[in-house]
Design a protein around this ligand. Structure first.
Ligand code: DLL
Length: 435
């Protein structure tokens, strides 16, 4: 086994009893804080018949109601905020789009804790203050850039805030500044790797590790990236509602991602019944924050399907490990790192005068996601000339780009040509086989 370093060994390798104690105390504190400072949380708990004094420790967590993405939409923007805005220093937002965005607020304390989580992930991937950390996650509202940037700073590494895109420039900086750790989505890492190999530049790049997440990626993709970039590729998981990247991360063992249990309590539930499932059983991941000030999350349903393991890890860390997410319990797709709900596409189609008969075909070509949308024309439009149809397709492509922020290829097809279903319509064909 390679030598393993830790960023905060007293936390990362703490005895389980101590972790349980932090979680019990943190839960009690967080529930009271949310109840006292957010009318939304207070109403939700009152309706569920639970008061802060009913929560005396971890064993009482099951008494609390779940929070869903719908609650976040309903409470948008300030309903779940538990600190005055004057104490908040930042907002970030999900990679989703108009109407579905989730806004998360942070105090300086929250940012510091988030940076620590990301610093742990960098150290777990072999990073030290002597590394050059090349951050090609998007900056701006998305948490990827800000999170890894913060972690790298805190560790004291030289941080290159590259953001995504401009591949030529990325490679130039990698060469000129000797980047050693790359942080970006796995799709972009694969694309960078491909470009570097095509240009015959492998020998000019000093990368040794990569920290990739924000979307599902397979073991095959990991091997592909590792061989093209000549690195060890590590997975990192997170979501805006909790902080962003760094909720969990892989260690050198790469056998699941260690969850920052000093910050979050993780549960696995049956998505249909809400029942808590034991270790090793597959279900939906639910998180409760225990150290957040501005935007605490209590039993937040991630919709990510996953498995937890408390088995001892030989890296020495004691925090529970989660497997790579194995799917979602809702219909959200992540395309090129952007969260997309089919209902959003439907809205655009209907707003533009089309029927809701459509099919989404998602694929991954040369390690990059593609989205094709077959949309039925109405009878009157079907008699249009080819030129008119092409221009309608373009119009729809632009409308979708404006609303979703991603490019989708639109194919207007004959009326009644999309198969009808007697049960739920099969609207999504995901050929990527990610899970
Ligand atoms: O994607 C935060 C992030 C940034 C994570 C950079 C890792 C690296 P959201 O935009 O809120 O936040 O999307 C969260 O993305 O519920 C999962 O479905 C998915 N996801 C995140 N990381 C992984 C991963 C960021 N490593 C949603 N594997 C989550 C699979 C992931 N899915």
């Amino acid at each position: 086994m390679e030598k393993q370093n830790y960023y905060q060994p007293e936390i990362e390798c703490a005895p389980r009893e101590e972790i349980r104690k932090w979680q019990s105390e943190g839960l009690v504190r967080t529930v009271r804080h949310a109840y006292e400072n957010s009318a939304y949380y207070r109403k939700k708990m009152d309706e569920h018949g639970v008061k802060p004094e009913d929560i005396r420790g971890l064993e009482d967590i099951h008494k609390l109601p779940f929070v869903s993405k719908n609650d976040l939409r309903e409470a948008y923007p300030y309903g779940l905020l538990c600190k005055p805005l004057s104490e908040c220093v930042r907002i970030q937002s999900t990679s989703g789009t108009t109407g579905k965005r989730v806004i998360a607020f942070y105090t300086q304390h929250d940012i510091d804790a988030w940076d620590d989580c990301c610093a742990r992930a960098i150290v777990a991937a072999g990073g030290t203050k002597d590394d050059v950390v090349h951050v090609s996650y998007g900056y701006g509202l998305f948490t990827g850039g800000a999170g890894l940037n913060g972690g790298s700073h805190k560790l004291g590494s030289l941080t290159l805030p590259m953001s995504s895109g401009s591949t030529e420039r990325q490679i130039q900086f990698m060469q000129d500044l000797g980047s050693t750790i790359l942080c970006c989505t796995p799709s972009y890492a694969a694309y960078l790797g491909e470009t570097i190999v095509e240009k015959g530049l492998q020998d000019t790049i000093k990368l040794k590790a990569g920290i990739f997440g924000a979307e599902a990626w397979s073991e095959e993709m990991r091997r592909d990236i590792e061989s093209k970039l000549r690195i060890k590729a590590y997975d990192i998981y997170g979501l805006t509602e909790l902080e962003g990247p760094g909720v969990s991360y892989e260690c050198c063992e790469q056998h699941g991602m260690h969850l920052c249990e000093d910050q979050f309590i993780a549960e696995i539930i049956n998505p249909k019944t809400g029942e808590i499932l034991p270790d090793g059983e597959k279900g939906e991941l639910v998180f409760t924050s225990i150290n957040k000030e501005a935007f605490p999350m209590i039993r937040y349903r991630t919709r990510d399907i996953c498995v937890l393991s408390h088995e001892k890890c030989s890296c020495g860390r004691t925090h529970v490990r989660m497997a790579k997410p194995m799917g979602r319990s809702d219909d959200m797709l992540i395309i090129k790192g952007v969260n997309v709900f089919p209902s959003q596409i439907e809205t655009v189609l209907i707003d533009n005068g089309y029927s809701p008969n459509y099919q989404l075909i998602v694929d991954r070509v040369n390690n990059s996601d593609t989205l094709d949308i077959n949309v039925e024309m109405t009878h009157e439009r079907f008699s249009d000339t080819l030129g008119e149809i092409t221009s309608r397709e373009k119009q729809l492509v632009n409308a979708l780009k404006g609303f979703l922020g991603i490019y989708a290829k639109v194919h207007l097809v004959e009326p009644k040509s999309i198969p009808r279903s007697e049960g739920k319509a099969v609207r999504i064909i995901d050929k990527r086989k990610l899970y």
